[in-house]
Design a protein around this ligand. Structure first.
Ligand SMILES: C[S@@+](CC[C@H](N)C(=O)[O-])C[C@H]1O[C@@H](n2cnc3c(N)ncnc32)[C@H](O)[C@@H]1O
Length: 239
């Protein structure tokens, strides 16, 4: 309880001071966190898991609980105060200590993460609605580059928020929001395999689950498409 209260306080402070990158007034609720972590622990072999925008670790706690003995977890967090909280939780909380030797906290923007790495599961808590269209494209491109073949990507967005904001926004802001809508729609049309509606969150949220082709993949399915659990190239079927 003490941990949660101090997380809430820190979140609120960062929301005021760094709204653009923090993007939420409170950490994600338990149901939303569980839905985001649902692809962790599903592999036959050890999974390489990446959580982007881990904040104070609401989703991380769910990931940590599901991490198998061979799994590894990288936490990428831009904000140094949040990164410190994550380090502290790894040192002090029993369930986190259990996996601490397989977890790394990388305090940096995800855009700068080494592109030679590949992950089987990517979980993102990034507030995409706060970013420019160029940054959203850049981040999605980075997720594709970081994805191993058939990797899952789970991310959330609050239900109807973007459309509601666009209705009241001035022209430039409306253009940015509808641009993000178009970029995400294209990405979801190409790669989404499943989604959850989490009503028990404030505000309610969609959790999108995508299966990315990985390795040589392109953004939004220009070269390959996922059919069931298979990644099928559409430009060269014999490849
Ligand atoms: C909406 S909060 C989500 C926090 C946490 N996952 C949760 O659900 O409670 C977004 C987080 O993304 C981080 N963030 C924003 N831009 C980032 C970037 N480019 N790279 C890595 N982390 C970023 C913020 O610092 C913040 O912790």
């Amino acid at each position: 309880m003490g941990q949660r209260l101090s997380d809430y306080r820190l979140f609120l402070r960062e929301f005021r001071q760094t709204f653009h990158s923090t993007g939420a007034i409170l950490p994600s609720g338990r149901r939303l966190s569980r839905a985001l972590a649902c692809k962790v622990g599903c592999g036959d072999q050890g999974q390489r898991v990446l959580e982007v925008g881990a904040g104070t670790g609401a989703v991380t706690a769910q990931i940590v609980a599901k991490l198998g003995p061979e799994d590894r977890l990288d936490l990428v967090e831009l904000n140094e105060r949040f990164a410190e909280v994550l380090e502290r939780r790894l040192q002090r909380e029993e369930s986190w200590q259990r996996v601490a030797d397989r977890v790394r906290v990388l305090q940096m923007p995800v855009e700068e993460l080494d592109q030679d790495r590949r992950y089987d599961v990517i979980v993102s808590g990034l507030p995409l609605n706060n970013f420019s269209c160029e940054v959203v494209e850049q981040i999605l491109g980075q997720f594709h580059r970081l994805a191993a073949r058939g990797a899952s990507l789970s991310f959330f967005e609050y239900v109807a928020i973007r459309k509601a904001k666009a209705l009241c926004a001035k022209t430039a802001e409306r253009r940015r929001l509808t641009g993000i809508e178009t970029i995400l729609r294209r990405e979801l049309d190409a790669w989404e395999v499943d989604r959850d509606c989490v009503l028990a969150n404030v505000p309610p949220a969609w959790v999108h689950h995508l299966r990315l082709p990985g390795e040589k993949s392109q953004v939004a399915g220009q070269e390959s498409r996922v059919v069931g659990s298979e990644v099928t190239p559409i430009t060269d079927p014999g490849h």
